[in-house]
Design a protein around this ligand. Structure first.
Ligand SMILES: CC1=C(/C=C/C(C)=C/C=C/C(C)=C/C=C/C=C(C)/C=C/C=O)C(C)(C)CCC1
Ligand SMILES: [Fe+2]
Length: 536
C-alpha cells in the first residue's frame, strides 16, 4: 500500500510542477489513491482507531478535494496547519502526542475550489532519526538513552549548550509581517522557515542578535510590524521579553521579569499582549532542569508541579520595558492564552488588564492524558480533565492581587476548552468571540468545536459523533464589520477512519462545506492564514 501511495504522490507532484497557478484535477492518481485508501480505511475500522493518533502514511501528498456544500467565493488564500504527525522511527514508537515529527497540512482555497497537501518538515532531528533509525535529540518526552555516567555529564553539557535539544518544529506556525512563514517549537533552534506553496523546508530561521537563549514560547505574538516573544531564564528564574521587527532576524530586549516563585520559571507555552502591555504569566507548573535531563518521562514531563511556589501575573510596558504590575493570582494551569485588552475608566485611564486563557482548573494532569496510548485506548471514557475560559483581571493601581474567574459557565462547552483562535483584527483589543475545541462528554479528548460568546456568556457547539476536530481557525470575510463575519476552518478525524476539512459559518456556527481527504490525517495543533493577495 505504501508503494501505491508513493506512486500516486509522484503523479501528483509531477502534475503540480507542470502548472504555474490554478488547479489540475489529477484523476488517474486519485483513482489509484482511492483504492489504496479503501484498504487503509478497512484496516482502521478493524483496529477501531481514529486516524488522529496514527502516524501519517507517507511523507507528502497533494490533490484537489471533492466538496460537499459550497466554499464562499471570497475565501481565497492558504490555511497552513502544523503538528506532530509522525510518532515512530523504524520500529520505535513515541509515547506522547507532542513528541511526533512535524507534519504540515495545506488547504489552498481558490474561487470555491480546494487543493490540499501535506509534507514533513525536514528538521535536523527528523533527518537524523531517519538516517540513523533511532531518536537522536531530546524531544518533549523522549530522550536518547544515556549509556553511563560520562554520557550523563556529556548530556548535561549538551543540554545547556542546546546541542542535544530537538529542532523538531512541530507546534506553532506564523506568517511574519514580511511574508516569511516560520514553524516553531519551544527550542529557539526549532524555528524553521518553510515555503507556504510547496511546504518545502527552506532552513533554520537564524536569529542574528546574539541573544542566544535555548527556549522560548511556542506562541510569539505576531502582527504586521513585529514579533514579540518570551525567553525563559532557567538559571536566574525570570523571563526576557524580546521584540523582532518585521523584515529583520534581530530580536531586541524589551525588558526582564524576575520570577517571584522558584526555583525555576513557570512554563510559558504562550502568553498574551494588550495594545501597550505584555502579560507574562508565572504558573506553578515550572521548568525542571532535573526532568529536562531525564531519559524517561515523569508525570509532568520536563516540568514540576510546585503549588507552594505561588502563581503570578506580571505586566510589562511594551514601550519602556518597565514592569508596571506584578500580582499574585489564584493557582492556574494554562497552555493557551486567548486574548487580552485594557480596561479603561470613564476618563479613559487604563485601570486594569483583562487576560483570557484556556485554564485547566489548576490541574496539570492533562499532560499525561495526552499520552498516545491513552488517546488511542480510552475513547468514550470520560477522562478528559475539566477546563474553562479563565479570565484574569490584573489591577494597575498597585494592588498586590489579581483575580481569576470563569468567563462563562464551563458546562456551556462541556467542561473542556483548548486550542483557541479569535478574529485577528481583535488581537490585543476588547473582543467578544473566541473559537476553540470543547467537549461533549463522555470523552477522553476535546471532541467538539465551540464558539464562545463572552458578552452573552454562551457557547454554540458543533459535534460529529466519535470524531476529533483540530483547532478551529477563524478567517474574516474581507470588508467585514462584524467580529464574527467570516468562516471557521478545522480538520476532522472521523470515527470510521476517514478525515475531512470542515468549514463553518463564523456567525451561525453552522456547517457550510466539508471536503473529504483521500486518507485521514493525524491530529494537528496550530494554524495560520495567508490571504491570496499576500501570495501574489
Ligand atoms: C518543554 C520543552 C520542550 C518541548 C516542548 C514542546 C514540544 C511543547 C509542546 C506543547 C504543546 C503542543 C502544548 C499543547 C497543549 C495542548 C493542550 C493542553 C490541549 C488540551 C486539550 O484539551 C523541548 C523543546 C523538547 C525541550 C525544552 C523543554
Ligand atoms: Fe500551542
Amino acid at each position: 500500500m505504501t508503494t501505491l501511495l508513493i506512486n500516486c504522490n509522484t503523479a501528483l507532484m509531477a502534475s503540480r510542477t507542470k502548472r504555474k497557478k490554478g488547479y489540475s484535477v489529477v484523476r488517474a492518481a486519485t483513482d489509484k489513491l482511492s483504492k489504496a485508501v479503501t484498504v487503509e480505511k478497512t484496516e482502521l475500522r478493524k483496529a477501531g482507531k481514529l486516524a488522529a493518533w496514527t502516524s501519517i502514511r507517507q511523507e507528502r501528498w497533494e490533490g484537489e478535494l471533492q466538496l460537499q456544500g459550497e466554499i464562499p467565493l471570497w475565501l481565497n488564500g492558504t490555511y497552513l496547519r502544523n503538528g506532530p504527525g509522525l510518532w515512530h522511527i523504524a520500529d520505535y514508537y513515541f509515547r506522547h502526542l507532542f513528541d511526533g515529527y512535524a507534519t504540515l497540512v495545506r488547504l489552498h482555497f481558490h474561487h470555491g475550489r480546494l487543493v490540499a497537501s501535506h509534507r514533513q518538515i525536514e528538521s535536523e532531528a527528523y533527518k537524523a532519526a531517519k538516517k540513523n533509525n533511532r531518536l537522536c535529540y531530546r524531544e518533549f518526552s523522549e530522550a536518547p538513552k544515556p549509556d553511563g555516567f560520562f554520557s550523563y555529564v556529556g548530556g548535561l553539557a549538551q543540554l545547556f549548550s542546546g546541542a542535544s535539544l530537538t529542532d523538531n518544529a512541530n507546534t506553532g506556525i506564523v506568517r511574519l509581517g514580511d511574508g516569511r512563514v516560520v514553524c516553531l517549537t519551544e527550542t529557539v533552534k526549532g524555528s524553521i522557515q518553510i515555503d507556504p506553496e510547496t511546504l518545502g523546508t527552506i532552513g533554520r530561521f537564524v536569529y542574528t542578535d546574539g541573544l542566544g537563549g535555548l527556549i522560548h514560547s511556542a506562541h510569539p505574538v505576531v502582527t504586521e510590524t513585529e514579533l514579540v516573544t518570551l525567553l525563559p531564564d532557567l538559571v536566574r528564574a525570570g523571563y526576557t521579553v524580546v521584540r523582532m521587527e518585521a523584515g529583520t532576524n534581530e530580536r531586541r530586549v524589551v525588558g526582564r521579569v524576575e520570577c517571584r516563585g522558584g526555583p525555576a520559571p513557570g512554563w510559558v507555552h504562550s502568553f498574551t499582549m494588550t495594545e501597550h502591555y505584555v502579560v507574562v504569566p508565572e504558573m506553578p507548573l515550572r521548568y525542571s532542569a532535573e526532568n529536562l535531563l531525564r531519559a524517561e518521562p515523569t508525570p509532568f514531563y520536563k516540568f514540576e508541579w510546585r503549588p507552594e511556589s505561588g502563581s503570578y501575573v506580571h505586566v510589562m510596558c511594551k514601550a519602556s520595558g518597565r514592569v508596571v504590575a506584578s500580582v499574585e493570582v489564584p493557582p492556574f494551569v494554562t497552555f493557551h492564552f486567548i486574548n487580552a485588552y485594557e480596561a479603561v475608566d470613564d476618563d479613559g485611564r487604563i485601570t486594569a488588564i483583562i487576560a483570557d486563557c484556556c485554564e485547566h482548573n489548576a490541574n496539570a494532569s492533562i499532560l499525561d492524558k495526552l499520552r498516545l496510548q491513552n488517546l488511542q485506548s480510552l475513547t468514550g471514557q470520560d477522562v478528559l480533565p475539566n477546563a474553562r475560559v479563565g479570565r484574569f483581571r490584573i489591577p494597575l493601581d498597585g494592588r498586590s492581587a489579581g483575580t481569576l474567574e470563569s468567563a462563562l459557565d464551563p458546562e456551556e462547552h462541556g467542561r473542556g476548552i483548548d486550542m483557541c483562535s479569535i478574529n485577528p483584527t481583535y488581537q490585543s483589543r476588547p473582543y467578544r468571540y473566541a473559537y476553540a475545541c470543547g467537549a461533549q462528554r463522555p470523552c477522553n479528548f476535546p471532541n467538539t468545536l465551540t464558539k464562545i460568546d463572552l458578552l452573552e456568556r454562551k457557547a454554540k457547539n458543533w459535534h460529529d459523533k466519535g470524531s476529533i476536530p483540530s483547532e478551529p481557525f477563524f478567517v474574516a470575510r474581507p470588508g467585514a464589520t462584524e467580529e464574527d463575519d467570516g468562516v471557521v476552518i478545522s480538520m476532522v478525524s472521523g470515527q470510521d477512519g476517514e478525515g475531512y476539512a470542515l468549514i463553518l459559518d463564523g456567525s451561525s456556527f453552522e456547517e457550510i462545506a466539508r471536503a473529504k481527504f483521500p486518507y485521514a490525517l493525524p491530529y494537528g495543533l496550530h494554524g495560520c492564514w495567508i490571504p491570496e493577495a499576500a501570495i501574489g
